[in-house]
Design a protein. Structure first.
Length: 776
């Protein structure tokens, strides 16, 4: 059985790529220094994969920014607005690529960046290709060929990886109205053919086409297009061994078409969809020469592979297809997991027992080699002993009392429908809340965080290291809270926040205080470009040990007569932004988190906090790729939010916040959350996103963000009034809140103060121009 890998993390063990790119952007290093760092990462990765016994090693999985953007450059799909840059002899391919990814504001040019969006249901973001009617393509960047040559020089059996032509078009966006981007396929294919021919000439024997769109619901026409694409490519380069890879789910209804494609090896994600193997066996492909790549090691999560389970699958496949037709691989590119577990050396943060359950990219490759050996006739002695260790680790994970807390499981079991519903209707609650809160029309508020200054970050870091004592740190944070409260009062904001100065990250802050979470020191994963995230690891039953936010929130409330809003991160967002357990359904883990948040909500309420916001910016992210699974996800995720939020009195006002997503297709779910107020991002799209709420007749109060906090630009009062007036055509004035469109932690006070001051002025003017009815 051959082992191969679909892609390796390109950020480097210590985020060398991030650091090099950012230094290059800041003109601190030259382009040749940047190139040298990149080359070293590639060589290290190839060498490492080689040493771990991987037979076919991916090439062209490396990118400075994003592999989809690289594909746009490969085929010359460069939006016309960048044309002036292509004239500049002082720039080259790398600079153009960065300009497309990040925009270009220099030498009198102001070119906006290309759009970025989420890569399927992962937290990786790709740069969306832009297409226009009648667009032509031509081979522009030969990076794939250069990298293949480089791998040959390094003595590597390289397998170039390329985004398949269908997925490339499908994942893009039409910039002109009235045409379908898929109709560009005839223009596009000759460029792919040219690339394949060049690779072939350079000595490539294999090529991996990534067509993850094959796990989506596709139409008949779209599937027909696949046939055309792969017939064309295969006829052009019959000598190349085609590997077709889709991942993140099974092929589902697309399988029969996929099996007709002229490819040599078909990759299957058997982690997300182990049933696929049975579907293949049912298809009786006995006489077909097609090979299968069994994606058996989880490329999306950080748990050790269960060898016994994997071997059962492998043996089933061996029996059906014979050993020679089988390869094994990770389920998808290892891009989505951190590099190397052995870099985690802080036993206090990551105890040895838990670490022994885990596996990062490098370890996953070791697992592949061991599995290949174990599936053969005569496994090595060392492999057998590794198998013994694996069994012991899996057994320990199944039974450890670090993981399993009977009372947590019992509490989830005992949940009733009534735990997930407020006692009274929204209308009734709104009256009760108004009696307590006495808010004006168009109440003003913010989303929670205030600027995280350099000083605040430094205090947190020093506190973590033990340089700042608990008391000193606490005093410093309280001083910041006091300043923030005073400033909000002076500015005339109606619902105040404490500012979230004590929080590093909206998930990590809670995870660190909950049982069942651990944090790695170096478990970085690329999110987009040079941005990496370090997701928490949920390893066990989640339990709150003590109140997490009550102290600072009530401190803030003690300083003012105005209502202070308690700020919490919702269960679905905590779940979706973490590495999760693979030994129980996500829905169950989510309910455990929901109960912890519910307890926090109760404690805040008991401490006299009358407004509590539960943020769920990641609700939409968890949406399954296949339509058929969406309803179930939305049901359990909404239910978890409601478990977290429904334990309060009628007079306690629950807010939620969501940003950066299309709301249209999940409107019923958003309404079902039954939050008293939702604040949403809308300003970048000039309130277009609000249409979904209007069309759906969203029943509760709504705060459409009136200005974009992602830019340092200070908006004028009139702009904000105009945006709100646009919405007043559709929403009754007494249901509208006035707020920015997200938290302000990435902004400075210099721009935050004038922006919020204008926002308050805007609300004051609106109250005069559009008197509502609440207080009459
Ligand atoms: N309350 C959070 C903040 O203001 C919300 C962040 C978010 O929406 N991502 O920072
Ligand atoms: Zn937000």
């Amino acid at each position: 059985m051959r082992t191969h890998n679909l892609g390796y993390p390109r950020i480097g063990n210590h985020r060398e790529l991030k650091k090099a790119c950012e230094s290059y952007w800041a003109n601190k290093i030259t382009q040749s220094e940047l190139l040298a760092t990149a080359k070293q990462i590639r060589l290290n990765n190839w060498q490492l994969q080689n040493e771990e016994g991987i037979e076919l090693i991916p090439v062209n999985d490396f990118t400075f920014y994003d592999h989809v953007l690289d594909t746009s450059l490969m085929v010359g799909a460069i939006p016309p607005r960048y044309a002036p840059l292509l004239q500049k002899t002082s720039l080259n391919e790398i600079d153009w690529m960065f300009a497309m990814a990040r925009g270009y504001q220099k030498d009198g040019l102001d070119l906006t960046a290309m759009e970025m969006t989420k890569w399927f249901d992962t937290n990786y973001h790709y740069i969306v290709p832009e297409f226009t009617a009648g667009q032509t393509f031509s081979l522009f960047s030969e990076k794939i060929i250069r990298h293949f040559e480089e791998s040959k020089e390094a003595g590597i059996n390289g397998k170039p990886v390329i985004v398949g032509p269908f997925s490339f078009l499908y994942l893009g966006k039409e910039k002109d109205k009235g045409f379908n981007r898929l109709s560009l396929i005839d223009q596009l294919l000759p460029v792919y053919v040219q690339v394949l021919e060049k690779l072939r000439t350079a000595g490539a024997e294999f090529i991996q086409f990534d067509e993850p769109c094959l796990t989506l619901d596709l139409t008949h026409e779209e599937l027909q297009l696949f046939k055309k694409v792969y017939h064309t490519l295969k006829i052009a380069t019959p000598q190349l061994h085609f590997i077709l890879a889709a991942y993140f789910d099974g092929y589902g209804k697309n399988l029969s078409t996929v099996l007709e494609l002229p490819v040599d090896t078909l990759h299957l994600d058997l982690v997300k969809c182990p049933e696929q193997l049975d579907h293949l066996i049912e298809n009786r492909l006995n006489d077909s020469p097609l090979r299968f790549s069994l994606g058996i090691v989880d490329g999306r999560n950080i748990w050790k592979n269960d060898f016994e389970q994997s071997l059962q699958l492998i043996k089933k496949a061996q029996k059906a297809f014979g050993n020679d037709r089988l390869w094994i691989a990770p389920s998808c590119s290892l891009l989505h997991v951190p590099c190397d577990l052995s870099l985690e050396t802080n036993e206090e943060a990551l105890p040895a027992t838990i670490k022994n359950w885990m596996s990062f990219a490098k370890q996953k490759l070791q697992e592949l080699s061991l599995l290949a050996d174990l599936a053969g006739d005569r496994p090595k002695q060392a492999t057998l002993s590794a198998y013994g260790n694996n069994k012991a680790a899996i057994y320990s994970k199944q039974h450890s009392d670090l993981i399993h807390q009977t009372h947590v499981k019992a509490r989830v079991q005992a949940l009733q429908a009534s735990d997930a519903t407020r006692n009274q209707s929204f209308e009734y609650r709104k009256q009760q809340q108004q009696l307590v809160l006495q808010l004006p029309d168009f109440p003003t508020t913010t989303i929670g965080s205030f600027p995280q200054t350099k000083e605040i970050r430094a205090w947190r870091a020093q506190h973590k290291k033990g340089v700042l004592s608990d008391t000193t740190y606490d005093t410093l944070i309280k001083e910041e809270i006091t300043k923030a409260i005073r400033w909000q009062e002076e500015t005339g904001i109606d619902v105040l926040v404490h500012g979230e100065f004590e929080r590093n990250d909206m998930v990590e802050y809670f995870g660190e205080q909950l049982n069942g979470f651990v944090f790695t020191a170096n478990g970085w994963v690329q999110s987009y470009g040079s941005r990496c995230v370090k997701p928490p690891v949920i390893f066990g039953d989640v339990q709150r040990v003590a109140p997490m936010t009550v102290a600072y929130t009530s401190y803030a409330q003690s300083l003012t007569q105005q209502p202070v809003k308690g700020m919490l991160t919702g269960p679905v967002t905590i779940l979706n932004w973490s590495f999760v357990r693979n030994d129980q359904p996500r829905a169950v883990t989510c309910l455990q988190i929901a109960l912890a948040i519910r307890d926090e909500v109760k404690d805040l309420e008991n401490a006299g906090i009358n407004i509590i916001q539960i943020d769920e910016p990641a609700l939409r992210e968890g949406l399954p790729l296949k339509q058929s699974e969406r309803e179930s996800y939305l049901n359990w995720s909404v239910n978890a939010f409601k478990v977290a939020s429904s334990g309060v009195k009628d007079a306690t006002q629950i807010h939620t916040h969501m940003c950066y997503c299309e709301f249209n297709d999940i409107m019923p779910a958003i309404a079902a959350l039954d939050a008293d107020v939702i604040t949403i991002e809308t300003s970048r799209s000039q309130m277009e996103l609000l249409d979904a709420f209007v069309e759906f007749k969203y029943p509760n109060d709504i705060g459409p963000g009136v200005y974009d906090i992602h830019s340092p630009r200070v908006p004028a009062k009139e702009e904000m009034i105009q945006l709100i007036e646009k919405t007043l055509a559709f929403l009754p004035a007494d249901r509208v809140w006035i707020n920015p469109d997200c938290g302000l932690k990435t902004r400075g006070w210099e721009e935050t103060k004038p922006a919020l001051t204008s926002m308050v002025d805007a609300a004051r003017e609106l109250r005069i121009k559009h008197p509502a009815t609440v207080n009459q």
